[in-house]
Design a protein around this ligand. Structure first.
Ligand SMILES: *[C@@H]1O[C@H](CO)[C@@H](O)[C@H](O)[C@H]1NC(C)=O
Ligand SMILES: *[C@@H]1O[C@H](CO)[C@@H](O)[C@H](O)[C@H]1NC(C)=O
Ligand SMILES: *[C@@H]1O[C@H](CO)[C@@H](O)[C@H](O)[C@H]1NC(C)=O
Length: 129
């Protein structure tokens, strides 16, 4: 094989590998704080207790949002920390309406990964970047 052809092959393989990295993985929803004014996390929430998020820069790093229902009436429909203590600095407007969990305000503090709790097969993950 000629050196030139080898180079072309190597470059195109590298390019396609990078290209597959850029693609959004299956079952992932992306929101960008540069493009979105709010973020909609749509999926089947039938068995959901809430949402867990792992933040890149926001504090605390791990936060939970439990939906209010007949079994949970306290510290619900708001972001809490791992000790179930409400996080005062977090948005009070985020909530689940029908099949959409909406994060109302984009900011650097909310960048990170969001998953449903409990996590089930086929669930979607949300990334805010
Ligand atoms: C949503 O999930 C529930 C529980 O897993 C399931 O019974 C239901 O069929 C699902 N709904 C849709 C629209 O997929
Ligand atoms: C509340 O708890 C009961 C008993 O554990 C359970 O059957 C029911 O599905 C729960 N309801 C919700 C909305 O999680
Ligand atoms: C949620 O669903 C109910 C019943 O299907 C509907 O009446 C209501 O308009 C929906 N709300 C939103 C905000 O889409």
């Amino acid at each position: 094989m000629s050196v030139k052809l080898f180079c072309i092959l190597a470059v195109s393989v590298r390019f396609s590998m990078e290209f597959s990295d850029w693609r959004i993985p299956a079952n992932t929803i992306m929101c960008s704080i540069l493009q979105n004014t709010k973020c909609e996390f749509k999926q089947n929430w039938t068995n959901a207790e809430g949402v867990k998020r792992h933040l890149d820069a926001g504090k605390p790093e791990i936060q939970f949002f439990y939906f209010c229902n007949e079994n949970r009436t306290e510290n619900c429909d708001q972001w809490v920390d791992e000790n179930n203590v409400p996080i005062e600095s977090s948005s009070k407007e985020d909530n689940l309406v029908n099949e959409t969990f909406t994060i109302e305000k984009m900011s650097i503090q909310i960048l990170g990964d969001y998953v449903k709790i409990p996590q089930e097969k086929g669930d979607k993950k949300l990334i805010i970047e």
